[in-house]
Design a protein around this ligand. Structure first.
Ligand SMILES: Nc1ncnc2c1ncn2[C@@H]1O[C@H](COP(=O)(O)OP(=O)(O)OP(=O)(O)O)[C@@H](O)[C@H]1O
Ligand SMILES: [Mg+2]
Length: 265
């Protein structure tokens, strides 16, 4: 992909997180630039989600520093990081299952842009903002027009996942962090998610954790492989897959899980 990368948004320096004797994230150095579409893969327990949680501020690291645009955010809470515009994971976004798709989007829009109380909003103002330009545009981008008035509890899993990501995108985070956004989805639904995410390439910095690398390999500009808390490879897809330590520690574990075609890549 030809997108020019911008300034460095996130920098992790020597970040470590321990759970008792277990070192879940082990002296990780990582940086992410504006407009980059990057992925992290690794086998179960590699430390991917823990690393995400360190970036979002869910956990403070035991050691190391996390910078956002050069500012030290290591001790900031998730809310303070979101307030800086840093990032939003779709897991932080909860849907209201008894409300329609469009009203969930309106609420998400409000949470990001206005200070009104949620209850006041629910009772009085949903209707008025259903035609807000940004909301109409996001319905289209995420292929949700046909289900806009459907209650969320009646959506398919793929539609719900698209809604969750749409809600995160509406908050206009600098970095969209997605931890296994394809988990549990059928092939056809996966294609739908990748199509809509593809529309944000070049406009949005995206960091995605994924188990099934075959699904996202065409989508990512850069791949990072974690194993036992450490980053063992970082770079292009082919480069990472050829890396001896990746072949040894990642593929040997995952090769059996429908990935045979990629083991020989
Ligand atoms: N809250 C916690 N308390 C104790 N141990 C934890 C906690 N969270 C994670 N771990 C351990 O830390 C290690 C890394 O876990 P993590 O969830 O970050 O891995 P992961 O790469 O996201 O794995 P998966 O692919 O299964 O999602 C694992 O050994 C896990 O059991
Ligand atoms: Mg995980």
């Amino acid at each position: 992909m030809s997108t020019a990368l911008g300034a460095e948004l996130i920098k992790a320096k020597g970040v470590t997180k321990r759970f008792g004797a277990l070192v879940a994230v082990d002296r990780v150095d990582y940086s992410l630039r504006e407009h980059e579409v990057a992925g992290i893969i690794g086998s179960n327990g590699a430390g991917k989600t823990t690393f995400f949680n360190l970036l979002t501020g869910y956990y403070p690291p035991d050691e190391g520093t996390i910078l956002h645009k050069g500012v030290d955010v290591t001790r900031m809470t998730p809310q303070e990081r979101v307030a800086r515009g840093l990032m939003r994971t779709f897991q932080l976004t909860s849907t209201f299952d008894n409300l329609s798709v469009i009203d969930n989007l309106v609420l998400s829009f409000f949470r990001a842009h206005r200070k009104s109380s949620l209850m006041h909003l629910l009772l009085n103002t949903c209707k008025r903002y259903r035609n807000e330009d940004k909301i109409v545009a996001i319905l289209e981008t995420f292929d949700l027009q046909d289900v806009r008035d459907r209650q969320v509890k009646h959506l398919s899993l793929g539609e719900k996942r698209r809604l969750e990501i749409a809600m995160a995108v509406l908050a206009e985070p600098e970095v969209l962090l997605l931890d296994e956004p394809l988990a549990g989805l059928a092939e056809s639904e996966i294609k739908g998610i990748l199509d809509v995410l593809g529309r944000h390439v070049g406009k949005q910095t995206i960091l995605i954790v994924e188990h099934k690398i075959s699904h996202v390999k065409d989508f990512l500009q850069r791949l990072t492989v974690m194993h036992e808390g450490r980053i063992i490879a970082d770079g292009g897809y082919e480069e990472c897959l050829r890396h001896p330590e990746v072949r040894r520690s990642y593929w040997q574990i995952d090769v059996s899980a429908n990935e045979n075609e990629h083991a020989s890549a």
